[in-house]
Design a binder for this molecule. Structure first.
Ligand code: NZQ
Ligand code: ZN
Length: 394
């Protein structure tokens, strides 16, 4: 087991009606004037924003609304938020939504606390981030895990880059999670969320040669829980208990618990981010489209790890590591397909002409112009990344 530090400071406020505690939670965290960051309008339509505003008012907390965070949120939109937050003397950023609203809130917090620095310079660590404003989240989709993660992701539309920053300043002070808020999700988003939750644990699992029994058990249990309850909510979105399991898994999957002693990889995310940067695909779908190809490309280099995954997550009963590994990959791809996710590039982009030039562009983006090696199974540069994208064509 490798050395590790585990610190998960976000206060979780979970369950029915928990959004009514928003005002109290902000006040306890020291906020007096909030920028209320949300997305394209689902939270307004459901009446959630109105309920949150009532709770803030009752707690004596002021607020200004800032909607419009779009899926794959942009740097430019976050910069607009910084201008408002500065002008209005905002001291707390409260996100209502999913990864896109929460990551926008985190970016606004960093930009507002550092008014003399360019946000993208902070984001790309050209300039060190040494302070930020406090952020809280009210979650409406179980997916990205941003409510407890140390990560945030933005797209810079000018450079065509989609990239994240990992920093302790990204930790939300609190995460309010009412599973009932997810009942209105479009099914495609529900499925993309399930995929993303699974991937956050799988991106930490496929790292060979390190023994971490407890971390493995947590990861395998989490994956079995998401797979089982994912099937239920895809048929019955109003099933509170199933949505609650999935929502809790979304946070645990990405709050670093499933990497203790092993660390993380996140190479499939790099492939997915390149796809979303170019084509604006839904994040979870971009992962489903390449994971099968990624796994097939690499499993023979770590058959025991893939076999353990197959046996513990998919209950595959086969003594041979290589054939178990392959059966586990097939079961995972079949599951993604069964919940309506694309499992190839042709499925995610049926209208795209997947030319060698496009594959090359994606491979260069995923590997930051061939400057970084992906995967902890074996190094993947731009050449190998292109081979994986080609395998994902199917
Ligand atoms: O914008 P609105 O109108 O709210 O609609 C959203 C959006 O269209 C809709 N939605 C959300 N909750 C709803 C709802 N519709 C009806 N009822 C509800 N209760 O769902 C759509 C997707 O929302 P979004 O916030 O984009 O989803 P998600 O949580 O999947 O976030 C995706 C973003 O997070 C990033 C992704 O790359 C992507 O940009 N990630 C962030 C991470 C992090 N900060 O730790 C880690 C992840 O790996 C990921 O990269
Ligand atoms: Zn993700």
């Amino acid at each position: 087991m490798n050395n590790f530090e585990q610190y998960t400071p976000t206060k979780v406020i979970f369950g029915k009606g928990s959004e009514e505690k928003a005002g109290e939670a902000v006040k306890n965290a020291g906020g007096s004037k909030v920028l209320l960051v949300y997305g394209g309008g689902s939270a307004v339509k459901s009446g959630l924003i109105e309920r949150v505003e009532k709770s803030l008012t009752e707690a004596g907390v002021g607020y200004i609304e800032f909607g419009g965070a779009k899926p794959n949120p942009t740097l430019a939109h976050a910069e607009d938020g910084v201008v408002i937050a500065k002008t209005e003397n905002i001291d707390f950023i409260l996100a209502v939504g999913g990864g896109s609203a929460i990551d926008t809130a985190k970016a606004i917090a960093h930009g507002t606390a550092n008014p003399d620095k360019a946000l993208w310079d902070l984001w790309t660590k050209k300039v060190p981030l040494t302070k930020s404003l406090p952020v809280g989240a009210i979650l409406t989709i179980a997916a990205a895990g941003s409510e407890m993660s140390d990560s945030a992701v933005l797209t810079n539309e000018e450079t065509g880059a989609k990239g994240g920053i990992n920093t302790e300043f990204n930790r939300c002070r609190f995460a309010i999670m009412n599973p009932e808020l997810t009942f209105t999700l479009p099914l495609y988003q529900q499925a993309a969320g399930i995929t993303d939750i699974m991937m956050h644990t799988m991106e930490r699992y496929f790292i060979p040669k390190i023994k971490c029994d407890l971390t493995d058990e947590i990861a395998e249990g989490l994956l079995r829980t998401v797979i089982k309850n994912g099937k239920i909510v895809m048929k019955d979105q109003n099933n509170y208990d199933a949505q609650a399991e999935i929502m809790w898994c979304s946070s645990i999957s990405h709050n670093n618990l499933t990497e203790c002693g092993r660390g993380k990889d996140f190479s499939v995310h790099k492939f997915g981010h390149a796809l979303s940067a170019v084509f604006d695909y839904t994040h979870g779908a971009s992962l489903a489209a390449v994971w099968g190809a990624w796994a097939e490309y690499l499993y023979k280099d770590a058959p025991d790890r893939f076999a353990k995954f197959a046996r513990k997550v998919w209950n595959i009963d086969d003594p041979d590591d290589l054939s178990s590994a392959k059966k586990g990959i097939d079961a995972t791809v079949a599951y993604f397909k069964s919940i309506g996710m694309p499992v190839s590039l042709k499925e995610i982009g049926p209208d795209v002409e997947w030319t060698d030039e496009i594959i090359e562009l994606l491979a260069m983006k995923a590997t930051m112009q061939d400057t970084v090696k992906l995967s902890r199974i074996r190094p993947i540069g731009a050449k190998e990344a292109a081979e994986i994208y080609k395998l994902a064509l199917r």
